[in-house]
Design a protein around this ligand. Structure first.
Ligand SMILES: [Zn+2]
Length: 496
């Protein structure tokens, strides 16, 4: 049996105007046929698993394109088509029995709102109905009917932070190879859930949803259950939360479980959503904590959701509160990094940082900065898919009592080694601000239980009731009241 494994993934924030281009994929590295030549690729370990498993099972393993980029604005159409067509050419070259794809699910190009549906549809067209097309998704996906129709298996990670990349890849491999050999007969059912929000899986309420999905999977006739959270900052006709259940040959059964899971998400909609506070309030709360540090998540400026990463709301709030021993990790400003490198460690200089990308970035911070440390390449470890992400050159500066790590590249903050790799100790700080929505939690919760989710007018505001959608359905809670008769699940609940 011939297996082809490929990746083409990024998450598109359609409210960001700056296009994502080939250069953004180049920053992480692009592999044409062999990831072992690219040890820093975020998905390196997953492809090694695919290769080892396929060879151990006596299959012919082929690798095609492996490319991913930090989330950002829509993909430049030309670059999107080039990557997409490379995958199609890989498939035409190999003529596989099984295609394993790592996709995100929320990729949007200048002209295509359902990029993953487009890719899967074109693959089906060239490979025919006999090939098993199986894709792993991020739960922050816009799951579409086109994606479901064009593929045999779609399996999403269950954890957020996404710590279960490898387990999901293993499950996908096992299901796909079994389906190709006639061992299982996957039938997929997708069910819309009219709720917009985020679901950090470390909270008890969301944990119970993950447990419920796993419980459904224990049934012998259910092959997989995915909770698609949706990605609220992508405005497409397919935006929204979904339940996706794959049964073994039994469509009715998949439908029943998908409906049941959707109802459970609906019932826990309020309790499952985290609380967000303004920066000023977050800082006040942090000052009441006896143990240090307190981690404040700058959720609205998370580069991992496509935000510019140079918003200054946190720095301004810390300066206004006159906080001593606070650090912001990180702030994207390649020009300021270059100025610091020219000046050198120990120099004091007037500097303008951040605030370069419009309203969501705030106004620049201007002040006398001391250059405390420089790093030619600031790397952070993370978990699974995000291992080895680089910030490029980085400078640690100090303005009054606030330390700021300036970076040359946009990346989400995932691990405290961003601080230690700049030569500072996390526990020395009263407040650590991280630019992340929830992925930081996995590694930062190991050094502190004081964690606050802050929001600001950044690019990823969590005011879900007011999303300025043009294409996505606006019939969802919390935009509409839970008792609104136009919300589909409410009607179903009454009927049952
Ligand atoms: Zn995600």
């Amino acid at each position: 049996m011939k297996i082809l494994a490929v990746q083409f993934s990024t998450e598109t924030n359609t409210f960001i105007s700056k296009l994502t281009t080939r250069t953004d994929f180049d920053e992480r590295g692009i592999s044409a046929r062999d990831v072992s030549l690219h040890p820093f690729l975020p998905s390196h370990d997953l492809f090694l698993f695919f290769r080892q498993a396929a060879e151990a099972d006596g299959h012919q393993y082929h690798e095609g394109l492996v490319a991913s980029a930090e989330p950002g604005g829509p993909l430049a159409q030309e670059d999107y088509e080039e990557f997409r067509d490379t995958i199609i050419q890989d498939a035409e070259r190999v003529v596989p029995d099984v295609v394993l794809l790592l996709l995100h699910g929320a990729m949007v190009s200048q002209e295509v709102m359902d990029c993953e549906g487009d890719i899967l549809h074109r693959l089906r067209k060239v490979l025919g109905s006999q090939t098993v097309i199986a894709a792993m998704l991020d739960p922050h996906a816009h799951l579409s009917a086109q994606m479901v129709e064009a593929s045999n298996l779609l399996v999403s990670m269950k954890e957020y932070p996404h710590t279960d990349g490898l387990q999901t890849a293993q499950a996908l491999y096992a299901l796909a190879t079994s389906a190709a050999q006639g061992g299982v007969h996957p039938v997929m059912v997708m069910k819309d859930i009219p709720v917009l929000g985020i679901w950090p899986t470390q909270t008890p309420e969301v944990r119970s949803l993950v447990d419920h999905a796993k419980l459904i999977e224990q049934s012998p006739d259910i092959l997989s259950t995915s909770f698609i959270h949706g990605f609220p900052w992508g405005d497409t006709p397919d935006t929204g939360a979904k339940a996706l259940v794959i049964a073994d040959g039994d469509y009715e059964r998949a439908q029943t479980e998908a409906q049941r899971f959707a109802q459970r998400v609906w019932q826990t909609r309020e309790a499952s959503q985290p609380q967000f506070v303004a920066f000023g309030e977050a800082i006040s709360i942090a000052q009441t904590h006896r143990s240090r540090p307190t981690i404040i998540a700058d959720t609205a400026d998370n580069p991992g959701g496509g935000a510019p990463g140079d918003a200054t709301y946190a720095v301004h709030a810390l300066l206004e509160a006159d906080i001593d021993r606070a650090i912001v990790a990180t702030l994207y400003d390649p020009d300021a990094v270059a100025v610091c490198f020219n000046a050198g460690i120990g120099e004091q200089l007037p500097l303008s940082i951040g605030g370069n990308d419009g309203v969501s970035s705030g106004v620049p911070v201007v002040g006398d900065a001391a250059v405390l440390a420089l790093n030619q390449e600031l790397r952070q470890t993370g978990f699974d898919l995000e291992a080895g992400v680089t910030f490029g050159r980085a400078a640690l500066i100090k303005i009054k009592g606030v330390h700021i790590i300036l970076s040359e590249r946009r990346a989400q903050t995932l691990s405290p080694d961003v601080l230690t790799n700049m030569g500072v100790t996390p526990s020395d700080y009263q407040i650590i601000v991280v630019k992340s929505t929830n992925h930081f939690y996995e590694c930062f919760s190991a050094i502190s239980s004081n964690i606050i989710y802050a929001t600001s007018p950044g690019a990823l505001t969590c005011t879900f009731a007011e999303m300025p959608y043009r294409y996505a359905s606006t019939a969802y809670w919390p935009r509409l009241s839970a008792t609104d008769p136009t919300l589909g699940l409410t009607k179903t609940q009454k009927a049952s």
